[in-house]
Design a binder for this molecule. Structure first.
Ligand code: BEZ
Ligand code: FE
Length: 276
């Protein structure tokens, strides 16, 4: 019998998985135990530090509700969401790249007519966004669904200000015709801060990091027979492109927003990958 000691800890805890029926779960838990024990041996936390870690985990769970997801924020700000996303969406050269979903996507967004304005509060610099949804060879896709959302000009998503913003402000779903084209009116996005009033905000502050995301518009683009693409476009020249709080920026997603009349315009062609 091997009893638990500092030296045998990983071996002893892993041995208790011997009756685990799922091979996958067993592999996942073995790896979790290996890395957790390695982490604790590396850090050698004091009892106070370990209790502070438990308090962080507790508060992160307690602040979550159906509108606030602090765990996603924790995963995003530590680069874990982007890593899981990268592992699960390896795309061939040429297909549009994905990035994080973020915690402010909502179900039941309104379907809108092509060209409609998603900005319902009248604030901000008008901007026309247009593009064409194609397959990897450039063939236009009919019936592709382009689902977009962004913050308003004050830097908040509609779900963060349900009493201040019109319902579904800055959100819309558009469906392409046979030419694959889509276009909608919005406002030029601005950089904004992720929520900092919870434990993740405190963690960033203690790490000496800022909470800003570069200006972006979120997209989910789907079409029958193709892998659904979750992505953003970022505004070229934004001061936070190289230090996004959630590591979401990819070079191919940086778009030139150009002046047009009194407003702005941006082009975002989307190439979807065929389902395997
Ligand atoms: C967002 O862009 O909506 C977002 C993504 C990750 C964390 C917080 C916000
Ligand atoms: Fe966002």
């Amino acid at each position: 019998m091997t009893y638990f000691t500092e030296e045998t800890s990983e071996q002893v805890v892993t041995a208790r998985l011997d009756k685990c029926e799922s091979e996958r779960f067993k592999a996942v838990m073995s790896s979790a135990i290996k890395h957790l024990h390695g982490f604790v041996k590396d850090v050698q936390p004091t009892m106070d530090e370990w209790f502070a870690a438990i308090q962080f985990l507790t508060k992160t769970g307690q602040i979550c509700d159906d509108k606030r997801q602090e765990w996603i924020l924790a995963s995003d700000t530590l680069g874990v969401s982007m890593l899981v996303d990268a592992i699960n969406h390896r795309r061939p050269d040429g297909a549009t790249e994905n990035t994080v979903l973020g915690p402010f996507y909502v179900e039941n967004r309104p379907h809108r007519e092509m060209g409609d304005n998603i900005c319902l509060d009248g604030k901000g610099a008008p901007c026309l966004v247009d593009g064409i949804v194609t397959d990897e060879q450039g063939v236009p896709l009919k019936g592709a669904v382009v689902d977009v959302w962004q913050t308003n000009d004050d830097g908040f998503y509609s779900v963060q200000q349900p009493d201040e913003q019109p319902d579904h402000n800055m959100r819309g779903v558009f469906t392409t015709a046979a030419d694959g084209r889509y276009w909608f009116t919005t406002v030029k996005p601005l950089p904004y801060s992720i929520p900092t009033d919870g434990p993740v905000g405190k963690m960033l502050e203690m790490m000496g990091r800022h909470p800003m995301r570069p200006a972006h518009i979120h997209f989910i683009v789907s079409a029958p027979g193709y892998e659904t693409l979750v992505t953003h476009i970022f505004v070229k020249g934004d001061p936070y492109l190289e230090s996004d709080a959630v590591f979401g920026v990819k070079e191919s997603l940086i778009v030139n927003f150009e002046h047009e009349g009194a407003g702005w315009k941006a082009k975002f062609p989307v190439k979807l990958k065929k389902k395997a």
